[in-house]
Design a protein around this ligand. Sequence first.
Ligand SMILES: Nc1ncnc2c1ncn2[C@@H]1O[C@H](COP(=O)(O)OP(=O)(O)OP(=O)(O)O)[C@@H](O)[C@H]1O
Length: 280
Amino acid sequence: MRTDLPVETGEYALGSGDTPGYGRMAPTAVDLSHGVILYLEDVTVEFDGFRALNRLSLDIGVGELRCIIGPNGAGKTTMMDVITGKTRPGAGRVYFGQNYDLTGMSEASIAHAGIGRKFQRPTVFEHHTVFENLELALKTDKSVWPTLFARLTGSERERIEKTVELLRLQPQMHQLAGLLSHGQKQWLEIGMLLMQEPRLLLLDEPVAGMTDAETERTAELFLALKGQHSLMVVEHDMDFVGAIAGDGKVTVLCEGSVLAEGSMQAVQNDPKVIEVYLGR
Ligand SMILES: Nc1ncnc2c1ncn2[C@@H]1O[C@H](COP(=O)(O)OP(=O)(O)OP(=O)(O)O)[C@@H](O)[C@H]1O
C-alpha cells in the first residue's frame, strides 16, 4: 500500500460535498494504479468487549471476484458493515483504491465513491416494472427523491436495455417486479446496483433461497461481471463458491480474522479450515 498519496477522509476532495442547491459533484476518481481496489489493514471491531473483527487484514485486486467464506459468527457481515461505513472500527484502516480511507466517510459518501452493497433479501419496487426499477436506480441521486418524470436519453435507455439483457430478464422487462421469482428479484436488484456503476460490489449470500437453476444462472452472471467490476461475495453455499471461484482466491474468515486464503481446493484441504467447519 502506498502511503505517500493524499488520502480522502472527508466527504470528497475539492469542490465536494452535497451542497444543497448546487447538485452533487462527482467524487474524486478512485486511484487504482496499484491494482488494489480494497485494502483492510488491522481492522478491529469490538461489541461490548467482544472482538467481532480481530486485526483483520486483506486486500482485493481490481476486477477480482473474491469469495469470503467462514462459519457463523466469523465476522463476515461485520466486515461488510465496516467497508460500507455502517460500523466504525475501533482500530485499523480501510482503503478504497490508494486514495480513499473509508473509515472517515459517511455511508452515503462511500456509496457515491463507488461501493454498492446487495443485502440478502431483495428490495425492489414491487409496483414498478423491471424497466422502471432500473430507470429509478439510474436516476437515483441519493439527495433527491427518484422520479420517473424526467425523460430518459437514448443512451440511458440503451444502458437499461443492455442491463436487462445481461440479467436475462428481457421477457419480463415490462412486468411488475412484484411478479418476479425470488431469483429474478435478486438479479434485478443487482442490475439496479449496476446502474450506479459501482467499482466494487459487495454481495451478501446472493444465492440463499434460490433454486438450483437460479443459482447456476447467478454464477454465470457473476462471472460475466468479474473483470468489469470487483466483487466480494460472502456465501455459505460451497457448490456456488466452487462454481464462481475458478482459479481465484477464496478467503476463510474465522473469529474475526483470516484463517486461510488461496484456491478453493487449497482452502478446502487446509486442516485448519476443516477443523473450524467440522470440529463444531
Ligand atoms: N451489533 C452487535 N452487537 C453485539 N454483537 C454483535 C453485533 N453484531 C455482530 N455481533 C457479533 O459479532 C460476531 C460476528 O458477527 P457477524 O454477523 O459479522 O458474523 P457472520 O460471519 O456474518 O455470521 P453469519 O454467517 O452467521 O452471518 C458474532 O458473534 C455476532 O454475534
